[in-house]
Design a protein around this ligand. Sequence first.
Ligand SMILES: [Zn+2]
Length: 378
Amino acid sequence: MKSSGNRLEVEVEAAASASPKQPRRTRKRRKLKRNSSRTIRSKIRLPVFEWDGKGSDGKSAQPLHSPLKATVEVTGDAKSRSDAKESKIELKEIKITVAGMDANKQIVINVPNSDMEASASVFLKKADGNGVLIEVPVKLEFSFEDPANDNLEKTAAFEYSPGSKLGKRNDAAAVFWKAADFSPSKLETPPNQMQPTATELADYASANPMKQAVAKLAIEAKAQLWFDAIIADYGNRVSNWFTAAAVPGGSSLLAVQYYHPKLSNVGTDGQTNFWPAGISINMANHGTGMNIPGHPDIKTWREVQGFNRGGISVIFKNYGNAGRLQIICRHEIGHGTKSAFKRAEFGAGDHSNSGLMTPYGSGALFSVADSGKLRGKS
Ligand SMILES: [Zn+2]
């Protein structure tokens, strides 16, 4: 069935059928009978037709177009036209889901600028009263009401990153809803090219200082990508392991024996031989604000004794003595406070210049400045 404007056109086919007196006969036998000279009666059989909901302009009819008026018109020799019949397109429900919402329909937003995806599924009402999920584009308008009394004035709120403050009350520039960006550039990353070329290796080994310097930079850039890829990979694997081992959510402290071979200074497992002598990369993780220069093939990039991820802290058994173990536990729990309440960073990479929270835990106690941050100071 096609629709042209408000008029629905239907072609009605005329078909012969066998006498209703022989209902149990098969289709094949009926056909044989029909081909014989027996008397058969003809009747008009209206086909069951469906409409995909689209007009001649290709656009879908929506609830806002209701009520619709439909007219069935028979063309050809037997001209006929039905009365206009009114029909409605009704919504059954709109299901709104917000990623990360808990059983109490609350979202814990500990990182204020993080995005949470909200999606709406629109169900139309079928003739039987049930809902059916549609692909028809429906314009939805979300609105959001800021609970003013529970929200801080922007000017009085903690600035957790440059230009970003916790409170949004009376902030005309605050963004509550934004359109999701599904563009390819946001979803795909280019492949890393980590292998030095034969030319780069030859230039680096050559006696030409100019060629050597250029090749060194190129090889070091690739070695840094290689390091970053390994860090990203073990980061993902740790996440997978947290899930596979059913590490309890909330606040956990885990004792683990082994870490990545290049991060645990036990034995010589971490030694590799991929890169030419004399190159150097930064062996610190991104975001720590640290620079630990070294050759990428070295057996230990860093001697990691613990790390923290939100509510989970992991301690490795390469700590040495009991006093050091105490510092490591305190240090990682110190990082963990950031997921328990809002506070200023201790410094770059959440590390401080003195006391317990220096990158290597140079003291057993928080510095005075760090204690202040734990109490809400900036
Ligand atoms: Zn740390």
